[in-house]
Design a protein around this ligand. Structure first.
Ligand code: SF4
Length: 250
């Protein structure tokens, strides 16, 4: 007989191969790496990450100040998975940066998207949720999608730099990520913004044009303001709200 059931929305899944190592094994790798990579360059850290994790490694790129990261990793790990958290609220420049990067490096760059489109979220929670409840908006559009995606990998690579803000001042190059129960690799931890620009220039890596147009820290358009010269770069994020991180790196 014919089914009268309506098609359920398919549950999105991770692009990753799943995890094979135990938490204890992954934590042991972090301890070993911190000794072996104490004085390593970003290139050596990327090589270690590729050799250790292979297909279970994913690079996160916000297409803001971190496009050099997937370039650097893909030099050592051609075809590496690169996730872009596409909240649906990005600047056109950020989407343009993603497209330019797809055309210029050998990596598998894909969007990770929230379960709901912005229109569906507006219908359920009302328009401009980011103004009334940014924590819930970030939960729906960033935290849930990234948690779901990272669950398929053993390690992720991020563009965190120690000079970003006080929370990141002590970031290690290889860390245990308690929130996601996985390894977190930060090859650019010791880099300055000038180091990033120099690498991008030498290797002709596309960078987000907003970076040099008064937006040193770029997130979703409704929650990002330009920053005057000399101010804290991240003061342009969630301006006027006591919120400096979106919850991904806490
Ligand atoms: Fe929503 Fe703003 Fe968070 Fe983006 S940064 S998910 S628009 S609250």
């Amino acid at each position: 007989s014919m089914s009268t059931q309506t098609q359920a929305t398919p549950t999105p899944v991770s692009h990753g191969p799943g995890r094979k190592r135990s938490v204890a094994e992954l934590k042991a790798l972090v301890e070993q790496a911190n000794i072996a990579l104490a004085d390593a360059t970003a290139e050596q850290i990327a090589t270690w990450a590729d050799e250790t994790f292979g297909k279970s490694l994913v690079v996160a790129c916000s297409m803001a100040g971190d496009t050099v990261l997937p370039h650097l990793v893909s030099q050592h790990a051609p075809g590496v998975d690169v996730l872009f958290l596409n909240t649906g609220y990005h600047f056109a420049e950020t989407i343009g940066t993603r497209d330019a990067l797809i055309d210029s490096i050998n990596a598998n760059i894909f969007d990770v998207t929230p379960v709901q489109t912005v229109a569906e979220q507006d219908a359920e929670y009302g328009e401009k949720l980011y103004e009334r409840n940014p924590t819930l908006c970030c939960q729906l559009r960033k935290v849930e999608p990234i948690n779901r995606e990272l669950a398929g990998y053993e390690a992720w690579v991020t563009g965190i730099r120690r000079e970003d803000n006080a929370n990141r001042a002590h970031a290690g190059v290889v860390e245990w990520d308690e929130t996601h129960q996985m390894v977190k690799v930060n090859p650019l931890a010791a880099w300055s913004f000038d180091d990033v620009l120099e690498y991008a220039s030498i290797h002709q890596v596309p960078i987000n044009l907003l970076l040099t147009a008064g937006y040193p820290s770029i997130g979703c358009e409704p929650c990002t303001q330009p920053v005057a010269e000399g101010e804290d770069p991240r003061s342009g994020r969630w301006a006027g709200i006591a919120k400096t991180e979106c919850g991904l790196h806490l």
